[in-house]
Design a protein around this ligand. Structure first.
Ligand code: PLP
Length: 221
């Protein structure tokens, strides 16, 4: 995949090791066959935004040894459907959701807190100010294994516009670790999509969520 080459070039440019940057293939709207094709080309981690789509694809591809992540807005009443499949949730955004995840999962699941840094009304995620409170609540939930933070900057055709948000998320992660808000160090920064992943790598991303640059344009029905 060309994308892997671009990742290693961007990593090298910023003096980072590409093995510390996970590529997550975002398959929303794309067919199961396309996912399988990418799997056969060596891609291991895939993500979906919608519960139904995750369930359908994970069931159809059972046995393909895919690691599934959930990255979309997660409604509390849908948590139970992803329990058998999801290995990581990038979109934790409330105490109530955390409690539901804690209740439904039988073993700890990796989670990232989604932070809405631009304060966009239309976006999911919590504000930066609310993060410490959520972490405090999560501490007592033993099925939640907090590993980091996720963000999605406002869309702009100029990818450089994402950079301040990536910097901000990285700074927030450092602050959380310095102040020891959680019982262990948070290591993951889920940031960077098709248009801006090279900038995200320069700013410390450890998890890239890439759809279009792998599967092509999405067609919504
Ligand atoms: C769709 C989506 C992506 C991937 O976007 P592309 O621009 O196609 O790479 C990443 N993260 C989230 C949360 C998404 O919804």
């Amino acid at each position: 995949m060309i994308i892997r080459k671009r990742i290693s070039q961007a990593a090298e440019k910023s003096g980072r090791l590409s093995e510390n940057i996970k590529l997550i293939a975002v398959g929303k709207t794309h067919k199961t066959e396309e996912i399988l094709e990418a799997r056969n080309a060596g891609q291991l981690i895939f993500a979906e935004n919608y519960v139904q789509e995750l369930k359908q694809k994970a069931e159809a591809l059972a046995g393909s040894k895919i690691e599934w992540h959930f990255i979309g807005h997660l409604q509390r009443n849908k948590v139970k459907y992803i329990v058998p499949f999801a290995r990581c949730i990038h979109s934790l955004d409330s105490i109530k959701l955390a409690e539901e995840i804690d209740k439904r999962f039988k073993s700890p699941i990796d989670c990232l807190i989604e932070v809405n840094l631009a304060g966009e009304e239309s976006k999911t995620g919590i504000s930066e100010d609310e993060v410490p409170n959520l972490i405090e609540a999560i501490k007592n939930l033993d099925k939640i294994n907090l590993i980091g933070l996720m963000t999605m900057p406002p869309y702009d055709e100029n990818p450089e516009k994402s950079r301040p948000y990536f910097k901000k998320l990285c700074k927030l992660l450092k602050k959380i670790n310095e102040q020891k808000l959680y019982q262990k160090e948070l290591k993951e920064l889920s940031m960077g999509m098709s248009e801006d992943f090279e900038i995200a790598i320069e700013e410390g991303s450890t998890m890239l969520r890439i759809g279009t640059a792998i599967f092509g344009e999405r067609v919504y029905k």
